[in-house]
Design a protein around this ligand. Structure first.
Ligand code: GDP
Ligand code: IMO
Ligand code: MG
Length: 427
């Protein structure tokens, strides 16, 4: 199975970084196709923790090429901060390539992101403040600047200053914020342009040639399917397409290019930011999941909202992604519970809902219908094979498979590489 898309099945933070890193040991290339520095992917190797945002999680494997694809919202400052941090840790970043078609996150995108959230007040989305929405809005409005624009320093400087002037009008007149210094922004970005030049490629060609040559290529999702701009809990979503369809466009490859689609799926559910969450637990059980799972954001440090496994969400995600296998993550977090609940459907008045609905007011008024299973009440973090798992944990896995209709191909019982149980070949 030479190509695998690694998607987030829920609302992000499912453990994509860990699985990409595990699989990248056998991969020739890892490709990011959407999102930007709003992502926070944690990889733990030999007890050391790495937090990756824009650089693909394959970077920790020295033989892997790492591609930042055309669909990524590319923030050069965040990128070089990350590259510098990795190099300081002794990680070789010489095999990281950036698409010439990627759109640039500019300083005013972050300013507008934050001001617009402030203006929304109680109705705010709870964005990461990284300028992702405004960057993609500029792209859709056809006024964005791309990495390839940086090649001509004079022309780029003129375009950038003009964009800063337009954005300043919005910042001052609509939001009452402080304008940006266009000359300072242009000078800063001229520096990034020079440093970035040797890393810029037509990355679609690199990806295509790798796939054609039968190499092992991994497509690394950022965010999760329920944060998709079209298919997620709109407007409480991100502004990209964290689904396999988005990976095709965002890496410039045909839609039939993924031989496996692995849905990275928490054994429970979390969400950062606002929006409906049917299985959310605002009680002691939710707190216990948060404590045991260290559920605090990698990018913003915010406490994540926690709840039971939502089978409606994961079934939906499997449908919209064409998921061929699940990787069930953080199963060890559930070690201490007497009983564990899985949501099989929603109840809305007299109606039973099995397919994730569009209407948020319907979601907000829905109750989860649970299947209750006994807990295993045993530390499973040392289990290294499926056979070693307690019978109750195996029953839980079987219930996830039945509710979602997708086989669980990987089980994760801790953050490190060794704490990963493969049930057959994945890549
Ligand atoms: P991503 O955004 O999908 O890459 O996920 P994050 O890195 O934001 O959040 C997942 C968190 O869970 C990270 O802190 C991981 O180190 C951690 N993690 C991943 N898999 C497991 C697991 O099986 N058990 C435990 N206890 N932690 C895990
Ligand atoms: P990874 O890749 C979890 C959420 C934000 C907010 C919404 C919009 O680590 O799984 P944005 O800044 O993208 O405009 O915010 O999306 N969000 C994430 N939640 N994990 C992420 O990435 C996220 N990236 C964005 O919290 O609700
Ligand atoms: Mg994350």
């Amino acid at each position: 199975m030479p190509t695998a898309a690694i998607i987030g099945s829920q609302w992000g933070d499912e453990g994509k970084g860990k699985i990409i890193d595990c699989l990248a040991q056998r991969a020739d290339m890892v490709v990011r196709s959407q999102g930007g520095s709003n992502a926070g992917h944690t990889v733990v190797i030999g007890g050391k923790k790495y937090a990756l945002h824009l650089v693909p999680s394959g970077v920790l494997n020295p033989r892997t090429d790492n591609i930042v694809g055309n669909g990524v919202a590319f923030d050069p400052k965040a990128f070089f901060d990350e590259i510098d941090g990795l190099e300081a840790d002794g990680i070789d970043t010489s095999r990281v390539y950036v698409s010439d078609r990627a759109h640039l996150v500019l300083p005013f995108h972050q300013t507008i992101d934050k001001l617009s959230e402030l203006q929304k007040g109680a109705a705010s989305i709870g964005t990461t403040g990284k300028g992702i929405g405004p960057c993609y809005a500029d792209k859709a409005s056809r006024v964005g600047l791309r990495v390839c624009d940086m090649a001509d320093e004079t022309a780029f400087s003129a375009k950038l200053k003009a964009r800063v002037a337009e954005a300043n009008a919005l910042i001052e007149k609509i939001y009452g914020g402080e304008p940006l210094d266009a000359d300072a922004v242009a000078a800063e970005y001229a520096g990034y342009a020079r440093r970035l030049a040797p890393m810029v490629r037509d990355t679609g060609v690199l990806v295509y040639e790798a796939v054609r040559a039968g190499k092992n290529v991994l497509f690394e999702g950022a965010q999760g399917s329920l944060l998709d701009l079209d298919l997620g809990t709109y407007p409480y979503v991100t502004s990209s397409h964290p689904v396999t369809g988005g990976f095709a466009v965002g890496s410039g490859i045909g839609a039939g290019s993924f031989s496996e689609v692995i849905g990275i799926t928490k054994a429970y559910t979390t969400r950062v930011g606002a929006g409906p969450f049917v299985t959310e637990l605002t009680d002691r059980t939710g707190d216990l999941i948060r404590e045991r799972g260290h559920e605090y954001g990698t990018t913003t440090g915010r406490a994540r909202r926690c709840g039971w496994f939502d089978g409606v969400v994961v079934r939906y995600s499997a449908r919209i992604n064409g998921t061929t296998g699940l990787s069930l993550m953080l199963l060890d977090v559930l070690d201490k519970f007497d009983e564990i609940k899985l949501c099989t459907a929603y109840r809305h008045g007299k109606e039973i809902i099995e397919h994730f609905p569009a209407d948020l007011s319907l979601l907000e008024a829905s109750e989860p219908i649970y299947r209750v299973l006994p807990g295993w009440k045993r530390d499973i973090s040392g289990c290294r094979s499926y056979e070693e798992l307690p019978a109750e944990a195996k029953a839980y896995i079987a219930a996830v498979e039945e509710i979602t209709g997708v086989p669980v191909k990987i089980v994760s019982v801790g953050p490190s590489r060794e704490q990963t149980i493969f049930r057959g070949e994945v890549l």
